[in-house]
Design a protein around this ligand. Structure first.
Ligand code: IMP
Length: 410
């Protein structure tokens, strides 16, 4: 039995999709898990001419024989989930629906939550969080207020679900001042009933029994982390965070798995930092440098299409995150994007506003597609070794290009 978590150490978007794809391959994985968050996450999987954006399903959904768990810490939009299942079916010739294992406690996220998200952001004006507008905050607020709908309720009758939605509508009107139009209501109820029809059987009666069975079978379990450590609700970056706990502990809680069974935490980062949404980023580039790196690294949010802000890697903070998340291996991605950069800077000290940098000479050549650590230029190796030393964590993966084959594995 093994339990691996892929934990983003920054603000999401470090390329953990690629690592998840590798770790969730049936050669290494029997159960692929999403534990927290909802449609705010997103990564693109490219296989030859076939391409798909996944927002809710973890990467194991692409492979026959791999169970796909949607854990209790998630908030799930019915129409998005059904659409994603159908897209996987038509693009990758496999049926994830029959392999789904849905935690009964997983919450339902409605179109109405998206409208409430937008309304709250508008109300905050210049203090807006810059959310993905996926309804995440209001869905978790309903969960915390103990009025939200959970997947286990799909076992009710169609009439009881409609009735439940009517009660939620009253709650949204009172709590968020949301006056739902009949079109949104129709869309929500139709999607909810379609989800009942297709997925009711996939909702587990008891997740702990499922997990114990899997442990007994010696299963290899891979949790695909959502967002990143810095976006966790409890993080110091509050209020510019998401509404779930996107940390190692949060993911275990969201999956319903015990901490002492954790085998590996693979911490992901890029050789530079990016952030989408509002909130401070102390290593952020000036406008010109930002535009250049953003274009070079294709730093556009997969969920929102927004441009990500870019800056030098904050290694001082990354080392803190690696410690707190209990990281056992690192995956450092997208180094090839800095091929022409000289110097390459890493923030290694300083206070909240003013980072102090250590400069490394760039390699000024191409590392694109390399798969052997020994083939990296000395200058590149010096940087990776410094990162491993500062974080006290060995590097397992070094990304050298967007394709899953463009990777050094150590
Ligand atoms: P929310 O999760 O949509 O409420 O957004 C809260 C903050 O988290 C915003 O700054 C979003 O841009 C950011 N965020 C949420 N999900 C992701 C993600 O998957 N990648 C990067 N940023 C994200």
């Amino acid at each position: 039995m093994s339990l691996t978590l892929i934990q983003d150490l920054r603000w999401g978007d470090t390329g953990k999709g690629k690592i998840s794809e590798i770790e969730a391959h049936p050669d290494r994985c029997d159960v692929s898990v999403r534990a927290v968050g909802g449609g705010n996450a997103g990564h693109e999987i490219v296989k030859g001419t076939r391409k798909i954006s996944l927002h809710l399903l973890p990467a194991g959904c692409l492979h026959d024989g791999v169970d796909v768990v949607l854990g209790r810490g998630m908030v799930t939009n019915p129409s998005s989930l059904l659409k994603e299942i159908d897209e996987v079916r038509s693009t990758f010739d496999t049926d994830p629906q029959e392999r789904l294992v849905i935690a009964p406690e997983n919450h339902v996220l409605f179109e109405a939550h998206k409208q409430a998200d937008a309304a709250l952001e508008r109300r905050k004006g210049k203090d807006a969080v810059g959310t993905t507008m996926s309804g995440i905050g209001p869905a978790y607020a309903d969960k915390a207020l103990r009025v939200g709908m959970r997947m286990e309720e799909l076992r009710g009758t169609q009439a009881s679900l409609k009735d439940r939605y009517g009660k939620l509508k009253e709650h949204w009107a009172q709590t968020y001042g949301l006056q739902l139009d009949s079109e949104t209501e129709d869309r929500d109820v139709t999607a909810l009933l379609a989800m009942k029809d297709r997925l009711e059987r996939r909702v587990q009666p008891q997740m702990t029994d499922y997990w114990q069975r899997k442990f007994h079978e010696n299963a290899r379990i891979v949790i695909e982390g959502a967002q990143g450590s810095l976006l966790s609700l409890d993080n110091g970056g509050y209020p510019y965070v998401t509404s779930s706990f996107t940390t190692t502990n949060g993911h275990l809680q969201g999956a319903g798995l015990p901490y002492n069974q954790l085998t590996d935490v693979i911490g992901t980062l890029k050789l530079y930092d990016t952030r989408v949404g509002n909130g401070p980023m102390r290593t952020q580039f000036n406008a010109e440098e930002d535009a250049a790196l953003c274009n070079k690294g294709d730093e556009i949010g997969r969920t929102t299409g927004r441009r990500r802000r870019t800056g030098w890697l904050d290694l001082q903070d990354t080392a803190r995150r690696a410690w707190e998340e209990g990281v056992t291996k690192l995956a450092v991605l997208k180094g090839d994007i800095l091929d022409s950069y000289d110097p390459i800077r890493l923030a290694v000290a300083g206070d909240q506003e003013n980072p102090l940098y250590k400069d490394f000479p760039g390699w000024k050549g191409s590392i694109r597609g390399l798969t052997d650590y020994g083939d990296l230029p000395d200058e590149a190796r010096a940087i990776y070794e410094f990162i491993a030393m500062q974080t006290s964590v060995p590097i397992r993966y070094i990304g050298t290009g967007p394709d899953s084959s463009e990777l050094i594995t150590r």
